[in-house]
Design a protein around this ligand. Structure first.
Ligand code: ZN
Length: 337
């Protein structure tokens, strides 16, 4: 059975609360008040639960034992003790928390912290940049906590607050007292003089790299499909190039051939199947989609795709929706089939 043969999910029926033949809830009929117990799972419990589900999945796939959980990115196996301490196996937010992700699986510390942090930080940075643009242009109320104001011969760290008015204020802890005094002096001088031709510059320093931003979404898309289909998908040879690129973001292995710029008609948060020109998965985000190999794809899917699509070419895509919502926990449908 291939991945694309999976029927669209989310169509199953779920048994709702228990009812009596007359339709009244059983608890109500017995005079029992419904009590909601909000049991919050600890991170250790969550890691263990994911470990056990994942290690059983790999055991089914390899027909081996279920003593190890394998990091889906680098493929290294870890024992249960790594999930208990959380030192080597860590909860991974998919997609990054800054865009609403939740900790649905485990990756090893190296993949989560080093490679992951390098690229995932750019997703948060892009959101901040967009907010800064909207606040400065007056399209949104809000505060920008740190910016550098350059005046005459000195710089000062300021916060910008756009509410009823547009306030630029020095940040006390981020400046030497002498700098703040110089700033006040400068403003007093300005208030008594003609300010025509006065120039100042506001700048922000934030690490942001558009290629890393795209790689962060490649990683999220890969992990979302892993959560859905499992190790049988993630460890397929077609996915090796994707896993390698995520582990080594500094190396330009894939370029941006996995990226499709969409428009407002691009569905949000879906996993889709594209049959033409090649059988591939599309994982859609907000206005763009990531192309991933399916288990029907040719071996070198990205190079083959390049030969079908020229850079910058407009393409009309007809894709079948396989998953209407992203998985919010490990499902591993192919391993557990
Ligand atoms: Zn890893």
């Amino acid at each position: 059975m291939t991945a694309c043969a999976l029927a669209p999910l989310g169509q199953g029926t779920r048994q709702s609360r228990r009812t009596r033949p007359n339709g009244r809830p059983l608890t109500a009929a017995l005079g029992i008040k419904k009590i909601n117990v909000m049991a919050k799972m600890s991170n250790k419990e969550r890691r263990l639960r994911i470990f056990r589900y994942g290690s059983r999945a790999i055991a089914k796939y390899t027909k081996g034992d279920f003593s190890l959980y394998y990091c889906p990115i680098c493929g290294v196996g870890y024992p249960e003790s790594s999930a208990i301490t959380g030192e080597e196996l860590t909860l991974e937010d998919v997609p990054p928390k800054s865009i609403g992700g939740k900790p649905i699986l485990l990756t090893c510390r190296r993949c989560n912290s080093s490679a992951g942090h390098t690229i995932d930080v750019c997703t948060g940075s892009k959101i901040k940049f967009e907010k800064v643009g909207r606040v400065i242009c007056g399209q949104e109320k809000g505060t920008i906590p740190f910016a550098t104001l350059s005046m005459a011969d000195f710089n000062i760290v300021v916060s910008i607050c756009a509410d009823q008015s547009f306030d630029v204020r020095p940040v006390p802890n981020a400046n030497a007292p002498a700098t703040i005094e110089k700033y006040k002096e400068h403003l007093i001088n300005l208030s008594g003089n003609n300010t025509n031709g006065f120039e100042f510059k506001l700048s922000m320093t934030q690490k942001y790299d558009y290629r890393f931003f795209k790689l962060s979404h490649l990683k999220s898309a890969f992990l979302l499909v892993f959560a859905w289909l499992g190790y049988r998908y993630a460890f397929d040879p077609r996915l090796e190039v994707v896993r390698q690129q995520i582990q080594e973001p500094e190396k330009d292995i894939l370029g941006t051939r996995f990226w499709i710029e969409g428009n407002e008609s691009m569905p949000l948060k879906k996993v889709m199947f594209l049959r033409n020109p090649l059988p591939t998965f599309l994982v859609s985000f907000d206005g763009f989609a990531i192309v991933l190999p399916s288990l029907e794809s040719p071996a070198d899917v990205y190079n083959t795709l390049s030969s079908h699509w020229n850079k910058g070419q407009r393409v009309d895509i007809e894709a079948q929706v396989l998953l209407d919502v992203w998985p919010d926990r490990l499902q591993m449908k192919l391993d557990y089939r």
